[in-house]
Design a protein around this ligand. Sequence first.
Ligand code: SF4
Length: 332
Amino acid sequence: MALDILDVAHDQVLARGVGLHQAQILEVLRLPDERVAQALEVAHEVRMRWCGPEVEVEGIVSLKTGGCPEDCHFCSQSGRFETSVRAVRLDIPSLVEAARQTAATGATEFCIVAAVRGPDERLMAQVREAVPAIHAEVEINVACSLGILSREQGEELRDLGVHRYNHNLETSRSFFGEVVTTHTWEERHQTLELVRELGMEVCCGGIIGLGESLEQRAELAAQLADVEPDEVPLNFLDPRPGTPFADLRAPDAADALRAVAAFRLAMPHTVLRYAGGRELTLGDLGTRQGMTGGINAVIVGNYLTTLGRSPQEDLALLADLRMPVKELSKTL
Ligand code: SF4
């Protein structure tokens, strides 16, 4: 008789720290609604055992918003769609101030993001100025998310002291062509390999609810696990007006929670971060369920083009759950 997948997770993931493989992840994603709570319980035990109770808090800021030449169908920052996002660039003092405000929430991570295919010389010049300026004035780790990197750019970011680089796979390899046509999954993957090789931490996540099948969702989780990321930001589609995916429905809460549990069980050791879309999909109750179901990191404040919750709400939730915010000294 086939073993129950949550019993398997108990023996394999909780006891031995070995993540579920693709077919096993799919079984978790197919669990009926009445077993979601049980899946979250196992995922939470796994998180506590292999990562501990601390929660990593991060703020993100957009150095360049909108006007991106790429066509990721979920993204309101693409210059190819008629959306309400306008191209804006932030100056360095504003960036340092944003880092200061982020650090004041107790956050240990500050991620500089730009809506680009990859950095051009103008953007690299800004980053060259911004990272030392932040390091000089604020005690916080600086991460970057600037798209596809050349080796020289990657080396320069590492040498500037950027300790983590974000580049999401977004969706599974087999579904990627339905979501993006201006670059390939392989190009994204190559940047991740470069980041790892250069010694920066790898942050790589995806989006749930792009129209992918459950099989493809399991494939994404397995492909992320193969990358062995230090951090996985988990987004839920928030359909943006004007984008090709505007008419898709945001994933329902039970599906989102099944994904939280499944991704944790696929990657027992990673920082699994709630990123965009959780407010819409999960609301307060679901957010809390995820925090006790495998999530161990949050983005505080606003996202790049949508509003999040106030940092105080998230910090109050962590206090209520008795989950300490990870200290900077433990992230270095
Ligand atoms: S996801 Fe990134 S690369 Fe794709 S359109 Fe948006 S900003 Fe550009």
